[in-house]
Design a protein around this ligand. Structure first.
Ligand code: S3P
Length: 217
């Protein structure tokens, strides 16, 4: 979409789409129909049926956004962590304990490769997945990459009660989160097609922004 007229038409369509984001309060069938319309429109505006890959630091809201988009766009949802847990038959913490982080990172890379032929889905990626360059290259083959961000303070607030993230166990404080976030920042930014800050926003607001931005990149 690169002419001025094109952008205006696109914006009008997206305004109509966003006005309908009461979608989740509708009846099941209406929800399905609306979601299909939303998806058709988004595809038309993006020009191709891409996967939507959600990336970002732990606690950025990837799972929440992924679950919501699944409803709004009637798309299948694939979570790399859940796929790994299922294939290994153990929790992420257990994989780290028994086999170590490098083994887990190998599994992540294999999971990304297995998703390459996925036609159109929401792919929610583990927070460290795009740190490895080859994963970004493979993701980009079939996905638009959406980076979700949050400040270290917001992140801590969202993750502090969980013991399921081995990277943060024993380091549950703002300083550690800020430091690791900073180390990864460039990788996240380089991977991203679009970026959305999630602090102090509701999930429907984040998704509306996401759809709008995806439609005009
Ligand atoms: C990790 C993030 C986790 C999970 C694993 C490692 C990371 O996923 O993949 O614990 O290195 O950032 P979430 O981002 O969904 O918490």
């Amino acid at each position: 979409m690169n002419t001025e007229i094109g952008i205006k038409a696109c914006e009008e369509k997206m305004a109509a789409l966003l006005a309908e984001r009461v979608i989740l309060t509708g009846k099941q069938q209406e929800k399905q129909e609306l979601a299909e319309r939303n998806l058709a429109l988004l595809n038309a505006l993006m020009g191709k049926a891409y996967n939507i890959a959600l990336v970002g630091f732990m606690g950025a809201g990837k799972s929440t956004v992924s679950h919501y988009l699944k409803e709004v766009l009637a798309l299948p949802e694939k979570e790399t962590d859940a796929m790994i847990v299922e294939s290994e038959g153990m929790a992420i913490t257990e994989i780290f304990e028994k086999h170590g982080e490098p083994y887990f990172r190998e599994l992540e890379s294999k999971t990304v490769i297995s998703l390459q032929d996925s036609a159109q889905a929401i792919i929610s990626c583990g927070g460290g997945l795009v740190v490895k360059e080859e994963n970004v290259v493979n993701l980009k083959k079939s996905s638009r990459i959406v980076l979700l961000t949050a400040t270290p303070e917001t992140t801590l607030e969202r993750v502090k009660d969980s013991t399921e993230r081995p990277i943060l166990n024993g380091h549950m404080n703002v300083e550690y989160i800020a430091e690791l976030m900073e180390k990864r920042r460039e990788k996240y930014q380089n991977a991203a097609d679009i970026t959305i800050a999630t602090d102090h926003k509701e999930v429907d607001e984040i998704c509306a922004e996401l759809i709008q931005k995806l439609a005009i990149v």
